[in-house]
Write a protein of this length. Structure first.
Length: 271
């Protein structure tokens, strides 16, 4: 059984997003099934995630074996060859591109192309399928957040809460960022002081459990809040910059353009 959804926008219609959701799918393959792709026309990154069964996957002549719960990723123009030697291979896949897709994938510093991630995060695929089916400009931006969500899920080992609980310090960090997002002076040093911990300890825990450095997460939350205000309020870009804790409207605009490929005012015009 094959289920798949693809982005409907043509390449020339896409805004210059750093990373963008391209397609998702599900496939159940029987024993002796195989697929060969030379990668020559595949200018995107991708992920295979094994839901049950197993298979051998060759990426650029290097073989990896996927068992239930394993995921494997690839870069643009990587050749792959899937060979099912077990009873079956049930898997989900996702592809993504964008101006910085390969660089962002590299920035997550996975130790290997093939890793154990646990049960497939099916809710991400369901959200991605809904997003792709909308076919709107807004769906492109929502698709980008889903790719980040999947990569962060992969980085955290996809551990369930009963296997690895989020430390209290991490929860306190996230709550503090949400509560004081408008504080322009909020940074790693101030947060560490408020939480009464060393900045090195905080950095290590945040990177391990969230997948970002504290400063990156803080900027991510500020930009996410800014996107919500642009869509659902009449505040000006300068007012939103202030509400979200950016030092100046100019800095806010630069950060926003870097994330979305568009300045705040043009982004708002899509809604």
């Amino acid at each position: 059984m094959i289920i798949s959804s693809h982005r409907t926008f043509l390449s020339e219609q896409l805004p210059p997003l750093p990373i963008a959701l391209k397609a998702i799918g599900y496939y159940y393959a029987e024993r002796n099934w195989s697929e060969l792709n030379d990668g020559k026309t595949r200018a995107h990154c991708g992920v295979f995630w094994c839901a049950s069964g197993g298979a051998d996957i060759m990426i650029n002549q290097k073989k990896y074996h996927l068992n239930t719960g394993d995921f494997l990723f690839y870069y643009p123009y990587d050749a792959h060859h899937i060979i099912v030697n077990e009873s079956h291979f049930e898997y989900y896949w996702m592809t993504f591109d964008g101006l910085l897709a390969a660089e962002i994938l590299q920035a997550y510093h996975f130790t290997s192309r093939c890793n154990y991630g646990g049960p497939v995060p099916k809710e991400i695929w369901l959200d991605a399928n809904k997003t792709l089916s909308e076919g709107t400009m807004n769906s492109l931006y929502l698709g980008s957040t889903l790719v980040y969500r999947l990569l962060t899920y992969m980085k955290n080992g996809n551990k369930t809460e009963d296997v690895i609980k989020e430390p209290l310090l991490v929860k306190q960090f996230k709550d503090l960022v949400e509560d004081e997002i408008g504080d322009k002076e909020l940074d790693l040093n101030k947060i560490a002081k408020k939480l009464k911990c060393h900045r090195t300890t905080l950095t290590r825990l945040i990177r391990k459990h969230i997948g970002f450095l504290p400063g990156q997460y803080l900027k991510h939350v500020r930009l996410k809040y800014a996107m919500e205000l642009l869509q659902n309020s009449n505040y000006t870009a300068a007012e939103i910059s202030d509400l979200c804790g950016f030092s100046t409207p100019e800095f806010f605009s630069r950060c926003f353009r870097k994330m979305t490929g568009e300045p705040p005012k043009r982004f708002r015009n899509h809604f």
